[in-house]
Design a protein around this ligand. Structure first.
Ligand code: SAM
Length: 377
């Protein structure tokens, strides 16, 4: 018999309630009439995707998943939704505007003239169709003891697709643990050198375990991949103007977790200070990522929160501060990506800056926010 916990040791006001109260106050303003349905999805079981591990014997794995009704949303969009297809309605959205310290300009309207985006043909992520909430079985190791797929929120793959890694690129993943996005980046098989960092030592160990479970040893050699456990805010002090691509997937209020799990909840009373400091930390990390990329290179900033304070405002502030240091940046439109993927994901309409996958009962992925910046000088 399980003994009931003494009422006195239970938190008087659960952190999940605190989170929902905060979300209701802020997101009902931000998302307007979308919020009640998004809230309902947030509290329902989330949907996963199976990121296929190209380094394993994956042919049978893919066939089995397809026989069970799964579809690869990456290749399906390239086949079925041409770049000119009409996406969800938007009032504006940023296009390729230069932001050298000033506010990014909003384009007058979506004319569908954004340049094409090539999605890596090697990233495969299988999902059950819209409305189908079948769960995946755990992945099994192949003959070389490499796992066939990694289960993650399928929307997490989008910042990696947005990063648009090309053959021979050097890539920095500044906040990499536990490694879902790292694995997606590695699947491109295009990276010359990958630098992985996470300030948490325990989470970095988890990242290393993930790498060993999915990636052959020779690809983990020091001349191809490096794992560090440093405070990413100071990255530019030892490596500035270096990388072709930088992913800045920052710690955030992890809205889905905060709304549903008491454990390790950032809305618990003892973590109030940490929660309030998040936007500053995020901005410092993004600025470090901007300084680490070479002129001409690109940075993707991503979070798993709806919060404007942690998304749009962080990007705006980082653009402003980078401009003061003489770094010119261009906001790169992700509308082509949105158009290609709107059959699988629901995107928030009318964001001023960046794009956001919002949970929906028929496609319960996200939230994932992403914004792409190109460094001009
Ligand atoms: N990109 C990861 C993935 O896809 O699996 C998830 C990253 S998680 C959203 C954010 C990470 O940032 C956490 O693992 C946390 O330890 C790390 N972090 C927090 N503060 C940091 C800092 N100052 N420098 C580097 N990493 C930091």
């Amino acid at each position: 018999r399980v003994k009931t916990k003494w009422a006195t040791s239970l938190p008087r006001y659960p952190a999940t309630n605190m989170a929902l109260q905060n979300f209701d106050a802020t997101y009902s303003l931000q998302l307007g009439r979308l919020w009640p349905s998004v809230r309902c999805s947030l509290l329902s079981e989330r949907k996963y995707g199976a990121l296929i591990n190209n380094f394993s014997d994956h042919q049978d794995v893919v066939s089995d998943l397809q026989d069970n009704g799964c579809l690869d949303f990456v290749s399906a969009t390239q086949r079925e939704a041409p770049i000119s297809s009409v996406g969800p309605e938007r009032g504006g959205g940023e296009s390729e505007d230069t932001a050298g310290g000033g506010e990014p300009q909003e384009s007058p309207g979506d004319t569908g003239e954004d340049p094409p985006l090539s999605l890596s043909p090697n990233i495969k992520c299988l999902v059950f169709p819209c409305g189908d909430i079948t769960r995946f079985k755990p992945s099994r190791p192949d003959g070389h003891r490499l796992l066939g797929y990694y289960l993650l929120d399928a929307a997490s793959v989008l910042p990696c697709l947005a990063l648009d890694v090309q053959e021979g690129h050097s890539v920095l993943d500044l906040c990499a643990a536990p490694g879902g996005k790292t694995l997606a980046l590695l699947q491109t098989q295009a990276i010359r050198f990958l630098s992985l960092n996470d300030s948490s030592v325990s989470r970095t160990s988890r990242l290393t375990r993930v790498l060993h479970a999915y990636v052959p040893k020779h690809l983990l050699a020091a001349d191809r991949l490096r794992v560090t456990s440093l405070d990413g805010r100071h990255w530019a002090e030892f490596e500035g103007n270096t990388y072709d691509r930088v992913l800045v997937d920052v710690p955030c209020s992890t809205d889905r977790h905060s709304a549903t799990e008491e454990d390790n909840n950032i809305f618990s009373k003892i973590r109030t200070g940490e929660r309030r400091r998040l936007p500053q930390l995020q901005m410092d990390l993004l600025l470090a990522g901007i300084k680490a990329v070479r002129p001409g290179g690109e940075v993707v900033y991503s979070t798993c929160t709806f919060s404007q304070l942690q998304n749009q405002y962080v990007v705006q502030q980082a653009l402003h501060l980078a401009g003061q240091e003489g770094i010119q940046l261009q906001v790169v439109s992700l509308q082509p990506l949105v158009r290609m993927l709107s059959g699988t994901f629901h995107f928030a309409p009318d964001l001023l800056l960046g794009e956001m996958v919002v949970p929906h009962l028929t496609a319960n992925f996200g939230p994932i926010y992403m914004c792409k910046l190109r460094r001009l000088c």
